[in-house]
Design a protein around this ligand. Structure first.
Ligand SMILES: [Zn+2]
Length: 263
């Protein structure tokens, strides 16, 4: 399998508490070329409709807060094509959750199967439209494949499931608290497990043994959480995956983390 780390949407510039150069927050995504299941996209960032009709597709308050750049070349569909692939070959999309900046690219891949936790889809359909869930992202009727949040134990994490139609190198790992049905997406690259943790944390310093949140991103994360206790326990699980099991964990919006992977 070949794994690409992509930034699907640049957002407001943020300072580094560690003295690294300031950088725009990102939407870290994976595009994975599999031998038998076509292309798999983990996360979809913002899509072409969001950029063409931001007032309709996005929430104005969210846009002002987050400051997305809205560059078509950053969308998943354009980056898939730029890598020499046909967007129709993206047969599977796996989402950590359905927040606006994670589900925006869905309409650009209407034929794909979309894997997500059932609790997340239920919450999004019940609560939309609001600042986080935008019904235009699923108005085309995606081919949803949902998961119940029960499953096996994997490296100390509970409720873990393989993904239907994908090799066993892919797992959905419940990490709720940011939203009702938030999950991480684990991918085995042949040497180690990678885990896209979505918005289960926002800044790499939060996963160190002595956690250091980002002062600005922490405000965003506290404002967005639906269950503080579950969010904190999801972060503890991630620290254990990193420090006890050697899993390469990364999140959605940390630009310094993406630069470590997108070589
Ligand atoms: Zn997010």
């Amino acid at each position: 399998m070949r794994i690409h780390h992509l930034n699907l949407a640049s957002m407001r510039e943020i300072d580094s508490p560690q003295g690294l150069p300031a950088a725009r927050a990102v939407c870290h995504a994976l595009l994975i070329e599999t031998p038998a299941s076509g292309l798999v996209l983990v996360e979809t960032g913002l899509g072409l409709d969001d950029l063409a009709k931001p007032d309709e597709q996005l929430d104005r308050e969210w846009t002002e807060l987050v400051g997305p750049v809205l560059a078509p070349a950053e969308t998943a569909v354009r980056q898939v094509a730029a890598l020499g692939h046909d967007p129709l070959d993206v047969r599977h999309i796996v989402l950590t959750h359905l927040d606006v900046d994670h589900s925006g690219g869905l309409p650009d891949f209407p034929h794909a199967q979309v894997h997500v936790m059932a609790a997340e889809l239920d919450a999004a359909l019940a609560e939309a439209p609001n600042r986080r869930y935008r019904p235009g992202h699923w108005a085309h009727g995606p081919n949803w494949v949902t998961y119940p949040g029960t499953g096996t134990r994997w490296l100390g994490a509970e409720g873990v499931r393989p993904l239907t139609g994908l090799p066993e190198d892919f797992l959905l790992v419940p990490l709720d608290g940011h939203t009702r049905g938030h999950a991480g997406v684990a991918v085995n690259d042949g040497e180690r497990w990678l885990l896209h943790a979505g918005d289960a944390y926002f800044y790499h310093g939060e996963l160190s043994r002595d956690p250091q949140p980002h002062p600005l991103m922490d405000i965003v994360q506290l404002d967005a959480q639906v269950d503080p206790e579950r969010r904190v326990s999801s972060q503890e699980r991630l620290r254990s995956l990193v420090h006890d099991h050697g899993v390469a964990v990364f999140s959605a919006h940390d630009p310094w983390e993406l630069s470590e992977y997108a070589q």
